[in-house]
Ligand binder design. Structure first.
Ligand SMILES: C[S@@+](CC[C@H](N)C(=O)[O-])C[C@H]1O[C@@H](n2cnc3c(N)ncnc32)[C@H](O)[C@@H]1O
Length: 214
């Protein structure tokens, strides 16, 4: 399919996502910036329009169905080219969001997207997230395709408030990860384990939600 706004609309419907026209236009604008800057910037290895819509835009907006209310202040750890942070912010403009990404070309791209799209209430933390570096008090953390949950939780120990939630966007390998992961060991409890397939695709996904207890 030739990339277009209408094509994006059609594909998102196909993958089970319904968006308002204004929101759709913003995703389209983001897609164009991503395509225009990907050749020399190594932002995403996905190239085909259909695949980008399926694995980037649908994947990062379908999660809204499992979260009735997002925390007001959040960080996205390991944002890469802005996933899930940019689509999350476009679909939920009231979230105050910080994208955490240490690679210089990706930091530049994310700042450029924020500026060109005129997004408000979103910024970039251009460093590795560690327990020492990340001290912004937040009530929500999200991460996709980053690392094992047991590695991420210590990184956010001085950022996520007690009572705050962590949203891990995972692929099929999470089944194995869950066999040896005990959130109690880190002062967390499970509040959601959602397993689903992106509609009309073979892409299995999981959204694991934890709440900090201590
Ligand atoms: C596999 S990519 C995933 C990118 C994006 N979340 C996605 O789903 O497309 C992981 C990203 O995490 C970044 N990263 C690595 N270590 C990090 C750290 N300690 N804190 C924040 N980001 C980190 C990398 O530079 C890379 O862009």
């Amino acid at each position: 399919m030739t990339p277009s706004l209408a094509g994006l609309d059609k594909l998102l419907h196909y993958y089970g996502v319904e968006l308002q026209q204004d929101t759709l236009k913003q995703i389209w604008e983001f897609h164009q910036l991503l395509r225009a800057n990907n050749d020399d910037q190594d932002l995403t290895r996905l190239n085909a329009f259909e695949t980008m819509v399926e694995r980037h835009y649908a994947d990062c907006t379908l999660i809204n169905a499992y979260v009735p209310k997002w925390p007001a202040r959040m960080i996205d750890v390991g944002s890469g080219a802005g996933f899930p942070g940019i689509p999350l912010k476009i679909v939920n403009p009231s979230i105050r969001l910080t994208l955490c990404e240490p690679r210089p070309n990706r930091i530049n791209f994310l700042n450029m997207v924020i500026e060109k799209m005129g997004l408000k209430g979103i910024d970039v933390f251009g460093h590795k997230v560690t327990s020492r570096s990340m001290t912004i008090p937040v009530d929500g953390v999200i991460s996709r395709a980053f690392e094992l949950m047991e590695k991420t939780l210590p990184r956010i120990a001085n950022s996520l408030k007690v009572g705050g939630r962590v949203y891990f966007m995972k692929g099929p390998a999470v089944a194995d990860e869950l066999k040896t992961f005990y959130p109690e060991d880190f002062g967390y409890k499970f509040v959601g384990k959602h397993f689903y397939t992106i509609p009309n695709s073979t892409q299995d996904r999981a959204l694991i939600i934890l709440e900090r207890e201590e």
